[in-house]
Design a protein around this ligand. Structure first.
Ligand code: HEM
Length: 174
């Protein structure tokens, strides 16, 4: 067992200090110290826990599995009623954003009911990380059939930050 409780010398732990003084005076021996790497690992684990609590308190884009699947035809129909834009296989409701689009209202409106993926990803303008996050927060559906291959850029930067609480082990025994 490690003789330390609080791991830093200045942390309040009179017993640790007492044992350390005894050891210095030769009245105690064989003191065990937990490896620093384990202490660092535990500290980082606690930091990750705090980070996860903080992240969980923020609103996140709806997970793709929880979105309704919408056919192309239905997307076309629904776009006549509300401002929907398709980017990377996800359908976004941009109704409240159209007026605020820094690139202009008209340019975004021109893509309602269409696939704006190439335009959004640099065809017209290469949007920032913040724009990708904002876009993801507007998801209302996933296009039936989606994309053949999920582009790495289609995962908004904010989602790459998410800390998993559990790691699923998917490797099969050999
Ligand atoms: C719902 C989809 C969209 C969102 C959430 C969005 C968001 C943004 C944001 C936040 C900016 C500010 C710069 C940045 O952070 O990158 C921006 C700029 C811009 N966007 Fe979009 N955008 C969308 C769709 C589009 C589309 C489809 C086009 C083109 C057809 C477009 C063209 C532009 C252009 C040209 C600018 C540059 C404005 C300038 O700095 O002069 N955007 N957009």
């Amino acid at each position: 067992m490690d003789y330390r409780n609080a791991v830093k010398w200045y942390q309040w732990d009179p017993t640790k200090w007492f044992i350390a003084v005894c050891s210095y005076l030769g009245a105690a021996s064989h003191l065990r110290v937990f490896p620093d790497v384990e202490v660092t690992r535990s500290q980082l684990t606690m930091k990750l826990k705090q980070l996860k609590t903080e992240l969980d308190s923020l609103p996140w884009p709806v997970a793709s599995d929880d979105l309704p699947i919408i056919s192309w035809e239905s997307y076309q129909e629904q776009s006549k009623e509300r401002d929907l834009v398709l980017v990377s296989g996800f359908i976004h409701d941009v109704n409240e954003f159209v007026d605020q689009h820094p690139g202009g209202q008209g340019i975004l409106q021109a893509y309602i009911g269409r696939d704006a993926t190439p335009a959004f990803f640099g065809g017209v303008y290469d949007h920032s990380n913040a724009a990708h996050n904002l876009l993801a927060s507007m998801r209302v559906g996933a296009l039936h059939g989606g994309l053949e291959q999920i582009n790495e850029d289609a995962v908004p930067p904010c989602q790459k930050l998410q800390v998993v609480s559990r790691v699923l082990v998917s490797r099969k025994p050999e």
